[in-house]
Design a protein around this ligand. Structure first.
Ligand code: NAP
Length: 305
């Protein structure tokens, strides 16, 4: 076997991929995990993970990911940092092309996760990194004592709004409905936070500024009324889309781009498994992603025979 040949390749280093790595390596399968950025995936952007069993006081997301990685590498998992640029089926081999060369394996576990959805409004791209952010944990502290806004009404938006409230003078939460999607416990925290101000039934239509963000143009979706809001930053937290572009035409997906699997997390292609947020019907939690990683690795290892 050459240096670039493995028994299992895992794409993605979030809780799904890293847990698959732990199981595959403990099964003594020669396994490579390829990650684009940092270990932990989405949880690396979460300051406090409170719902991962075993940590009654919660744990920093940016600590939990590397800990999972350390555990997997202890059992022999090999890690490659780089971007996957293509995947090809060649006989019974799965070829994974990356910015750092080509790798092959008989079994592939796709655990590429999700990426933040964009608002798709004028000014969003222009002011990215200049007041438009997709990560409050990363950028929140830059907005000390100034007003900021956050778009979205789910768990992520509320978690991030509460984080922003530690720094900003005021946090406007702009939501397209008049009820939050977030879990009740997070809603209670948000309603109790004096710095939070809710802008209901509203969407951002344009982000304006000069060098940096200065103002948001808003539209009330019920009345059609147009208003504006003076803020120094806008955090976009309106959900995620699956990172499955590279697998189109290789494995069947649903309309939303999530990969379809059976209960063993096998796709329609023999030897290609899926774990975590990228699969259809995922619960989108770190713990369920980790469970998926274990399931996919166990069935991949059995499939290899
Ligand atoms: P989400 O649950 O899909 O919520 C997305 C929010 O953005 C919704 O409130 C949605 O409005 C709004 N939205 C979607 N598209 C929009 C658009 N084009 N314009 C304006 N608003 C838009 O996404 P999420 O909050 O990122 O959470 C994703 C998953 O991660 C969830 O399963 C969540 O439970 C999990 N998570 C959990 C925690 C935790 O502490 N347990 C923390 C973070 C994330 P509508 O409500 O009207 O659809």
């Amino acid at each position: 076997m050459s240096d670039n040949e493995y028994e299992i390749i895992i794409i993605g280093g979030g809780p799904a991929g890293l847990t698959a790595g732990i199981y595959a390596s403990r099964a003594r399968r020669n396994t490579l995990l390829i990650e684009k950025e940092i270990m932990g995936g989405q949880i690396a952007n979460t300051e406090l993970v409170e719902n991962f069993p075993g940590f009654p006081d919660g744990i920093n997301g940016y600590e939990l990911g590397p800990k999972m990685g350390e555990q997997a590498m202890k059992f022999g998992l090999k890690m490659q940092f780089g971007e996957v640029t293509g995947v090809e089926l060649r006989g019974n081999l799965k070829i994974v092309k990356t910015t750092d060369g080509e790798f092959s394996a008989r079994a592939l576990i796709i655990a590429s996760g999700m990426e933040r959805s964009k608002l798709g409004v004028p000014g969003e791209e222009k002011f990215a990194g200049k007041g438009v952010s997709y990560c409050a944990t990363c950028d929140g502290a830059l907005f000390r004592d100034v007003p900021v806004a956050i778009a979205g009404g789910g768990d992520s938006a509320i978690t991030e709004a509460l984080h922003l409230a530690r720094f900003a003078s005021r946090v406007y939460l702009i939501h397209r409905r008049d009820q939050l999607r977030a879990t009740k416990i997070l809603q209670e925290k948000a309603f109790a936070e004096p710095k939070m101000q809710f802008v209901w039934n509203s969407v951002v239509e344009e982000i304006e500024g000069e060098e940096m963000v200065k103002r948001l143009r808003l539209r009330n979706v019920k009345t059609g009324e147009k208003t504006h809001l003076e803020v120094f930053g806008i955090f976009v937290s309106i959900g995620f889309k699956p990172r499955t572009e590279l697998f189109k035409g290789i494995v069947p997906m649903n309309e939303g781009g999530h990969i379809i699997t059976n209960e063993k997390l096998e796709t329609a292609v023999p030897g290609v498994f899926v774990a975590g947020d990228v699969r259809q019907n995922s619960a989108w939690q770190a713990i369920t992603a980790a469970g998926d990683g274990a399931t996919a690795a166990i069935f991949a290892e059995r499939w290899l025979g």
